[in-house]
Design a protein. Structure first.
Length: 216
């Protein structure tokens, strides 16, 4: 039997453990080398039903958020979600543009030696058609400005590839590799909003693209 999304167990970490030190608390984007939240998630997380996790602000739900980047062309995979007709758990994402691939960690990943990485790879192949790539941890997104942000925490990865990436998921209206300028032009148009985490990630990527691609 396939459980509804809110009835599934998802990975969570106590907010006090995630932000063990006051200096760790941030809003927006933080580089991985500034604080290794990934290790805390791996060592101190647990599973609870998503319907409880969505309402309990004492927990953060780690969410994979992978940016697919071609280091040669400096193009990023961007896609638009469908407008309606599908069972979205969060209606706020419908029809919006995004540069992030990913989602929650399911209990199915618990048996893996690295459930965080296993969840990332599962989500990647569910969302896009891609063959050759390398994975690199980039940083984290935290945004406590609303009830959704208060209970989620982004673990941001770079998926480096020279493949022609295309959509694989039903809830994707369109998707392709685009320059950052092209993404900005599209999402600045009327009725073409970029989801909030993508705004944060794309802004960081734009400011650091040269350094990031030089180190690839």
């Amino acid at each position: 039997m396939i459980l509804p999304k809110l009835e599934k167990d998802v990975l969570v970490i106590n907010r006090k453990i995630l932000f063990a030190d006051e200096k760790d608390v941030f809003q927006g984007f933080k580089m991985h080398y500034d604080a290794d939240f990934q290790s805390r998630i791996k060592s101190s997380s647990e599973y609870i039903k998503r319907k409880f996790a969505e309402k309990d602000e004492s927990f953060k739900q780690p969410v994979n958020y992978a940016l697919i980047l071609n280091p040669k062309t400096k193009k990023v995979y961007a896609y638009q979600r469908t407008k309606s007709g599908l069972n979205y758990t969060e209606k706020r994402l419908q029809h919006k543009w995004s540069v992030g691939i990913g989602g929650h960690f399911d209990r199915d990943e618990e048996k893996e030696s690295d459930p965080v990485y296993a969840g990332l790879i599962r989500e990647l192949h569910e969302e896009v058609k891609i063959k050759d790539y390398t994975v690199k941890i980039l940083g984290y997104i935290n945004e406590d400005r609303d009830s959704v942000g208060m209970v989620h925490f982004g673990v941001v990865y770079l998926i480096l590839t020279e493949d022609i990436v295309c959509p694989n998921a039903e809830d994707c209206l369109s998707g392709s590799m685009k320059s950052i300028e092209e993404i900005k032009q599209i999402t600045n148009a009327e009725n073409a909003a970029l989801e909030s985490w993508s705004v944060i990630a794309l802004d960081f990527l734009e400011k650091n693209i040269s350094e990031i691609t030089q180190n690839c």
